[in-house]
Design a protein around this ligand. Structure first.
Ligand SMILES: [Zn+2]
Length: 313
């Protein structure tokens, strides 16, 4: 058994409902979760993961993204209609690390014996790289006590892509060679993206930044930047004492821009920016199919690096 399959099963055993899913898989239950055109139905929770599936699955898959532009994964939960979409799929791709906090009950409600769930945070080597609230020093926004924003580090994203490739091969072994070929090509693109970001961030004269919530912790670790503070440690909750700390820190660091995020009201960022004479710029961890400059993972990351460049170069 490959490391990947072990990882999947270990994770699945944590949740009774997922264990049932995996038992169905191991028993080799036949599946009809394909579209009329014979494509494999895949659901992904967020746009970056859906983009990874498109890149690896090519014309062999039909991908549905569950969350839309403007949804924050920290509060979003699937609608009954989306539970049906999940039930009709053959493969569900989740980020893991607590991002999909609703997962257990939704899998139970979907009650699909054919559904295979791939948790892309349990790929070999990933676990030791996850940051807990204590380690990132900024609190965290996941009920699992782990910072879930792994996809915003392109090299951790490579591992998520490998996990997706292995899962597609598990459910559709006949197309193994094509999935492997596509995954290799896309992993190479992420390698180039990493180099591009390294080149861009190396010369930043300001190394610290203030983000809206702790989405950029892995990104900062990868590129030697410092997520010095966040406006809301847990989206939707903040305090005036914390706001004062952030203002003092922004002044001390000579911060030129405070980062808001399109999924949240920019008012808190704006009021801090006003106090310190900085501007508000937007970092976007999620992307959107409606925004051409952010409708793929690579374009999304380029957009974010450009926003950081405006504030930190
Ligand atoms: Zn987040």
């Amino acid at each position: 058994m490959s490391e990947m399959k072990k990882g999947l099963i270990v994770k699945a055993c944590c949740l009774a409902a997922l264990a049932v899913v995996l038992m169905g898989l191991l028993a080799g239950i036949a599946c009809d979760s394909s579209t009329d055109s014979g494509k494999l139905k895949v659901v992904a929770t967020i746009l970056p993961l859906a983009d990874f599936v498109k890149n690896v699955g090519g014309g062999m898959v039909e991908v549905t993204t569950l969350m839309s532009a403007g949804d924050s994964p920290h509060t979003w939960e699937p609608s009954p209609g989306q539970v049906k979409t999940i039930a009709d799929a053959r493969l569900m791709v989740i980020n893991g690390a607590g991002l999909e906090f609703w997962m257990g009950k939704v899998i139970e409600a979907a009650a699909s014996p054919d559904l295979v769930v791939v948790d892309t945070s349990v790929f070999p080597d990933m676990e030791g790289l996850l940051l807990t609230a204590d380690e990132d020093g900024l609190g965290n926004d996941s009920e699992h006590g782990v910072n879930p924003h792994i996809w915003l580090d392109p090299l951790l994203a490579q591992q998520q892509v490998e996990a997706i490739a292995q899962a597609l091969i598990m459910v559709d072994p006949g197309n193994k060679d094509r999935y492997l070929e596509n995954a290799t090509a896309f992993v190479a693109e992420l390698e180039s993206l990493d180099e591009e970001i390294r080149d861009a961030t190396e010369s930043f004269s300001i190394r610290e930044f203030i983000a809206f919530h702790p989405a950029w912790t892995y990104f900062a670790r990868r590129y030697g930047l410092v997520e010095a503070a966040v406006i809301e440690e847990t989206p939707g909750r903040d305090s005036s004492a914390h706001k004062k700390e952030v203002i003092d820190l922004a002044r001390a660091l000579g911060i030129r821009a405070i980062f808001a995020e399109p999924q949240f009201n920019p008012q808190a960022a704006q009021s801090i920016a006003d106090e310190v004479g900085a501007e508000v710029l937007f970092l976007d961890p999620m992307g959107s199919p409606d925004l051409p400059d952010r409708d793929s993972y690579i374009d999304l990351m380029r957009y974010n690096v450009e926003q950081m460049r405006l504030a930190m170069a």
